[in-house]
Every structure is written in C-alpha cells, then in structure tokens.
Design a protein around this ligand. Structure first.
Ligand code: HEC
Ligand code: HEC
Length: 236
C-alpha cells in the first residue's frame, strides 16, 4: 500500500489530466492547472535574465550537453534532439528554467540541467553562447510537398502573429525562432503542445493548435523546417 502511494505520488507531477483537482494544482502549476501563469517571473528566471552571460564560460558549460545536442549544438536531424544554434537567449533561459521547475517535462535531460549540474550563472552563459551560433548544416526536413499548405495554415491559425512572417520569432516577447529547426522535432512539439503535455506553453498557442489534424501539423512542420535559419538569412 505504502509503495503504491509512493508510486502514485511520484507520478503526480507528470499527470496533467489530474491537474484540475485543487490538491494537484498546488504541486503542478503547468498549463491546465488552475492559476497557471505563462512565463511567471520566478526568482531563478529573474536572476538568469539579469545576469549578462559570458560566451566563453557558456561554451565551457555546454560540454555537459554535447552528449545529446552534439558538439555543434545542432542536435540530430532525426529530431530526437533539437537544434539549439541561434535560438534567442531569452527563449533558452525560459525553457531551461521551466524544465528545472518541472513545468516542461524532459526526464532525459533533467539530471544534466539540475542545479547540481548547472548554476544560474551557467544558464545565462549557455544562453548567450547558443544564441551566437550560426550553422551551415542541413537541418532535418519533411517531404516538401506540403509547404504551400503549411504556409496557408501558418497564416490562418495565427502562428504568424507570434512566430513572424519568416519563422524568426521575437526575442523580447520570448517567442522562439522556428525556421530551419528539424522537422520531426517540430512535429513532436506541436503534438505535445496541442494535448497540453508541454506544460509551459503559451495558452494562445494551445488555442491556435486546437483540434488540428495530424496531416495539418505535418504540413506546418514541412513548411517551418524549410524556412531559413534567421541568422544565416541575416534576420534580426
Ligand atoms: C540526455 C540527453 C540530453 C542532454 C544531456 C541535454 N539535453 Fe537538452 N534536450 C534533450 C531533449 C530530448 C530535448 C527535447 C525535449 C522535448 O521533446 O520536448 C531537449 C531540449 C532542450 C532545449 C529546448 C529547446 C527548444 O527549442 O525549446 C534546450 C534549450 C536544451 N535542451 C538545452 C540543453 C542544455 C543547455 C543542456 C546541458 C546543460 C542539455 N540540453 C542537455 C536532451 C538532452
Ligand atoms: C501567442 C503567441 C504564439 C502563437 C499564436 C503561437 N505560438 Fe508557438 N510558441 C510560442 C511560445 C512562447 C513558444 C515557446 C513555448 C513557451 O514557452 O510557451 C512557442 C513554441 C512553439 C514550438 C516549439 C519550438 C521549440 O523550439 O521547441 C512550435 C513548433 C510552435 N510554437 C509552433 C506554433 C504553431 C504551428 C503555431 C500556430 C498554429 C503557433 N506556434 C502559435 C508562442 C506562440
């Protein structure tokens, strides 16, 4: 009985379906729980944003991340590990502090980003380092026959309002750049966001992806993966 209880408690934070019960809201503050605030300025996040960040220290601290995201931070073209190069520092800080807070579940990565492994200073350093990287490698792409349909959906569903006309995102508003990201990763994240399993999502994006079919998500990913890398294309 006791063991069962321990197992049940261990599972609680991952079970977003349970998030509606008041007792759960206290432990799990992800999207779907009562009182969810997107991008809440927690003390850790505020500190990471306040720090200036140092590129060389970031390169050094990133050593612990290369096993998955690879030496060049390009991830894997099959999308198992996302490409991190050129993403905005603000976005990286948000995602890392959310993962640490348990809002965005990432069990594989957790031991590598826990406070024991990486300090708040190092989060700021890594963010500056990654955002400075430009890659010239080919990212993982989709079939390429649904690009036009994907583009139409991107406009119709209002993704363009936040992620920009060329998928360049917005550093200040903390909207990620999506262009030239790996196809399979984009697809997986849309699915997670749609079902509420990516707990740190912007609520308006969950609405934008509501009741979308798999075929339409594939079209969107086909389009986005073929948009240019914002840094290579000289975008802001
Ligand atoms: C054991 C493998 C592994 C290690 C080591 C790892 N990561 Fe990750 N990381 C992942 C996976 C898998 C994802 C994507 C999870 C998902 O699908 O939501 C990810 C996602 C991310 C994201 C979010 C990207 C986005 O576009 O939102 C960032 C930022 C990130 N990792 C940074 C790091 C940093 C910094 C380190 C080192 C301190 C690190 N990772 C170490 C596996 C790893
Ligand atoms: C209100 C602004 C907003 C809208 C509208 C929006 N997004 Fe997002 N999107 C975000 C933010 C913010 C994130 C980062 C996740 C977070 O922390 O909330 C994100 C993340 C993503 C990611 C994951 C990127 C990564 O690196 O992990 C994908 C893919 C994505 N959005 C696609 C879309 C698509 C497709 C649409 C339209 C159907 C859309 N978004 C609409 C704000 C928005």
């Amino acid at each position: 009985m006791r063991i069962l209880l321990i197992i049940a408690l261990a599972l609680l934070p991952t079970a977003s379906v349970l998030a509606e019960t008041p007792s759960d809201a206290a432990t799990y503050q992800g999207i779907g729980s009562k009182g969810y605030v997107w991008n809440k300025l927690t003390p850790e996040r505020a500190e990471a944003l306040r720090l200036k960040g140092d590129m060389d220290r970031g390169r050094e601290a990133f050593r612990g991340c290369r096993g998955c995201h690879k030496q060049d931070a390009f991830g894997r073209v099959d999308g198992i590990y996302p490409r991190l190069t050129g993403q905005y520092a603000s976005v990286i800080i948000k995602q890392l502090t959310d993962i640490r807070a348990g809002l965005r579940l990432n069990p594989k990565m957790e031991p590598f980003i826990s406070p024991d492994a990486v300090s708040v200073e190092e989060i700021a350093d890594i963010a500056v380092f990654l955002s400075s990287l430009t890659t010239i490698k080919e990212n993982g792409k989709g079939p390429g026959d649904q690009v036009r349909q994907g583009e139409a959906l991107y406009v119709q569903r209002g993704c363009i309002k936040c992620h920009g006309s060329r998928g360049e995102g917005n550093e200040e508003k903390i909207y990620p750049a999506l262009g030239a990201q790996h196809y399979s990763y984009l697809l997986r994240e849309m699915e997670l966001i749609k079902v509420g399993a990516r707990g740190n999502s912007h609520p308006d994006m969950v609405v934008a992806l509501k009741e979308i079919s798999t075929a339409d998500m594939e079209a969107l990913a086909d389009y986005l993966a073929r948009l240019p890398d914002r840094r290579q294309a000289g975008m802001k």
